[in-house]
Design a protein around this ligand. Sequence first.
Ligand code: HEC
Ligand SMILES: [Cu+2]
Length: 318
Amino acid sequence: MVFAVVSLVTALAAPGAFAQLAPVEPASPNAEGIRDSYLFVSIFVVAIFVLVEGLLIAFIWKYRRQKRARFDDGAQVHGATNLELVWTAGPVLVLAAIAAFVFVELPGIKNVPAAGASGDLEIRVTGRQFYWQYEYPNGVIAVDRMRAPAGVPVRLVVTAPDEDVIHSWWIPALGGKIDAIPGRVNETWFEASREGVFRGQCAELCGAEHARMLAEVEVLSRAAFAAWLEERRDEQTAGTSELGQELWEGVCAKCHGLAGEGGIARRIAGSTILQDPEAVEDIVRNGRRTMPAVGAGWTSEQIEALTTYLQESPPSGN
Ligand code: HEC
Ligand SMILES: [Cu+2]
């Protein structure tokens, strides 16, 4: 008990500690709505905590034994109509205030805003063991790191393949969690208010390498995003994009290690299979014994990107 109090007090005394108790600095209107709701609820939480603990201490003091004999009862008190009315009506009013506030905020958190003059952008987000795959309207594919424009509503269509498990998309600065469920399509959105890199994490325990299922959204200016998307499209067609490296690092390395040195799955550095595009395609599309079909449904561009990467930069093993 004493230890708990001491550690709580020291934790709160650290600079910026209170800020750390609040959700991260929002960078999208829906994340703002979530944080505002959190802070609104916190007002009551803190007030009730102080009231209850304050009364507790006051009563312990006021009704202490003093000179009364050890086993004598204290004065008996019965009935206090006004007090009873207050502690019945008070919580009702508090709950009504919280419910009203949340219902006002909720549409702004949940609903994708109507597209502006520039139209919105839709990105398909697929959660798989243990990576996030993004598909842009022009066919560009990326893994784990999403690029998005600032100031544009981005609609995320979130799902998982039938043979996979449930994951949960969550970039705290850009909004709430949304589950990626096999065979179901969920929608969420963000409209990034500033450029920067916003980090998140799969928020649903999804298997051995769940902790490494990190996600990032790199928010660029509109012009920079448009340029990136177009360039990536061209590079992807020409087979010179970073997609191959993204696939190796985002997919294979999570189980086999960044240098193929082995992890939760065996070492594959130096394996001749990796130099044989057809063998790689087969194993990646169909799995092999205990290896799941991590690339089922991949486009031929994806397969080519990976096999080219494996030939150009074979995993070194250390
Ligand atoms: C979910 C974890 C996981 C991921 C992701 C994964 N693998 Fe595997 N991989 C395994 C396991 C487990 C085995 C061992 C299979 C067996 O023999 O039972 C394996 C075996 C292999 C082998 C050796 C096969 C053989 O017969 O010798 C190769 C090559 C391979 N993986 C390539 C890849 C490539 C390329 C990727 C990325 C596209 C990848 N793996 C992604 C789990 C994974
Ligand atoms: Cu996951």
